[in-house]
Design a protein around this ligand. Structure first.
Ligand SMILES: NC(=O)c1ccc[n+]([C@@H]2O[C@H](COP(=O)([O-])OP(=O)(O)OC[C@H]3O[C@@H](n4cnc5c(N)ncnc54)[C@H](OP(=O)(O)O)[C@@H]3O)[C@@H](O)[C@H]2O)c1
Length: 506
């Protein structure tokens, strides 16, 4: 029986007040407060902690606290301990106000003054923008103008911005410019909750804490890379948001590019925020920018049709509530990208993500070049198993290696086998929301897991040619796939052109 290793210990975060804008929303109730609960249960939340919720809906501090206490058991990932809840919700305030109204910020200032007197939060403030994106710039500007976010007397003031960070290159640049006009880069934490996943963070450890992989982590040994973020869920009730967004904007510049940059970046000089973030931005800057014709040739966009996902009947995307029945918004995208640097020149990176697919599965699969096979004359090359290193992100948290082995017997026959490391076999980690590490890092000022402005803009620069080419093409070239399938046939052809094929979605 293997002994499991418990999660590593860390110090409690700095005393602080967390001010959540959009506090009446889904993110706050479903993820942020349960994550704060988990931090408190693990002893990582400071004793001197206070929470201010801000939203337009009428409520009071008492009603807001009751509302959080009631919703917490519904969304908690662990058994609830009332003592922890009491500690977490010991000091909760609610400010009702319009995000555009100066008086909202005056009220927040009054609450903060009170908290900082009574609660010894040392003037440290973490502002969290959990509103729709339209609120990000106006709230950021008001925080700047009101002086609430100005650092002084050794107190830190930080701003967390949720995704999506812009809807194209121009809007991402404009948002960066606005926020950087108010705050310093090291005060801004652009959150991508994918980076809260242990398996994603482990990519850095796998690559840079082992001598085994880095020497072969390049074009000489790697044939291609597949990054898959498959969802079995449909668009559901998010029709109006999704129809204006699509799979490319929703997933690629953030989640898929985070995975790509961790896989493809050069080793940073130090494990420190600026060194890591600079390398991540650098590799995104090296992704080849495509012209219109290349963008169309190297991408597939598609919508799901009627079908069955995990035995549930699913209606076509265009029949979804709040979706235009003639919509050309893609629910699936596959891209073929190249990285123009010495490590990766000529190695295709295939990215795919979509809704209503066969199963929920996020993984990075690295395909190594085939061995010279002259030795095994009786075993035709097609019969050799492919060498893949597969990093399972979710739901299977694992690392697997696929290779060839001799099938027992008097003759040389070769069969594909696999070795798999499953996280749960080795480590004891209580179920989490994925936001714990990120919120904790904001509270201790560790920005390693948060993209910088240049990284965000580099990502949008890569995506923009696809957005432009698709806009110009309209419905032409929009493919279809059956709900519950692995995606459209056109995505298979994208790889077949290079002699490759997707790994099946499990
Ligand atoms: N929910 C998730 O799982 C999730 C995951 C990742 C990222 N996000 C991001 O997190 C943000 C919040 O998402 P959500 O799901 O919590 O949305 P939501 O349920 O619609 O909540 C939005 C909140 O913002 C307030 N609000 C609405 N319009 C506003 C505006 N124009 N200006 C300021 N406040 C406004 C709403 O309260 P009032 O109407 O009372 O003001 C509500 O409290 C979004 O940017 C989303 O993309 C959400």
């Amino acid at each position: 029986m293997m002994t499991k290793v418990a999660a590593s210990s860390a110090r409690p975060a700095d005393p602080c007040c967390l001010i959540i804008f959009g506090a009446s929303g889904d993110l706050t109730h479903r993820l942020l407060v349960p994550a704060l609960y988990n931090l408190a249960a693990s002893g990582l939340l400071p004793d001197a902690f206070a929470l201010i919720g801000v939203a337009r809906s009428p409520s009071s501090s008492e009603a807001f606290r009751d509302d959080l206490a009631k919703s917490l058991p519904k969304f908690a990932t662990r058994d609830i301990d009332e003592r922890v809840v009491k500690k977490l919700l010991a000091y909760v305030r609610y400010v009702q106000g319009e995000p555009d109204d100066e008086s909202t910020y005056a009220q927040i200032g009054q609450e903060l003054a009170c908290i900082e007197r009574e609660r010894s939060t040392n003037g440290n403030r973490l502002f969290y923008l959990a509103t729709p994106p339209a609120g990000f710039a106006p709230i950021g500007c008001h925080l700047g103008q009101s002086g609430l976010a100005r650092e002084q007397n050794g107190a830190w003031r930080r701003l967390v911005v949720e995704k999506p960070f812009g809807t194209d290159l121009a809007s991402a640049r404009a948002l960066n410019q606005k926020l950087l006009g108010i705050l310093k880069e090291d005060q801004i934490f652009r959150i991508d909750h994918y980076l809260g996943k242990e398996t994603v963070q482990n990519i850095l450890v796998l690559r840079f804490a082992n001598g085994l992989f880095e020497p072969i982590w390049n074009r000489h040994h790697i044939e291609h890379v597949q990054i898959t973020v498959a969802e079995s869920l449909t668009v559901g009730r998010r029709g109006s948001y999704y129809d204006a967004t699509g799979a490319l904007r929703d997933m690629v510049p953030n989640h898929l590019f985070q995975l790509l940059s961790l896989i493809a970046m050069e080793p940073p000089s130090r494990f420190a925020a600026d060194a890591v973030r600079a390398e991540k931005a650098q590799v995104l800057n090296a992704v080849q920018l495509q012209n219109d014709a290349e963008a169309l040739r190297n991408s597939v966009r598609a919508q799901y049709q009627d079908g069955y996902v995990e035995n549930r009947p699913v209606e076509a995307y265009r029949k979804t509530k709040d979706v235009n029945p003639q919509s050309t918004t893609e629910t699936y995208v596959a891209l073929r990208l190249l990285i123009d640097n010495w490590r990766w020149a000529g190695v295709p990176f295939y990215l795919r993500t979509g809704k209503a697919l066969r199963a929920k599965q996020t993984e990075v699969a690295i395909k190594f070049r085939q061995a010279p096979i002259a030795m095994f004359r009786e075993t035709p090359v097609e019969r050799l198993a492919e060498n893949f290193l597969v990093i399972g992100i979710q739901p299977n948290e694992c690392i697997g290696l696929k290779f060839n082995a001799k099938i027992p017997g008097p003759s040389i026959a070769i069969g594909g086998v696999g070795m798999t490391f499953n996280y749960e076999d080795y480590f004891e980690t209580p179920p989490s929301t994925g936001y714990e590490t990120l919120i904790y890092d904001c509270m201790i000022g560790d920005a390693i897991l948060f993209p910088r402005a240049d990284g965000i803009e580099a990502g949008w620069s890569v995506v923009q040619p696809f957005l432009d080419a698709w806009r110009d093409a309209g419905a032409k070239g929009l493919a279809a796939y059956r709900a519950g399938s692995d995606g459209p046939a056109e995505a298979d052809q994208l790889l077949a052109r290079d002699g490759h094929h997707w790994r099946p979605i499990a």
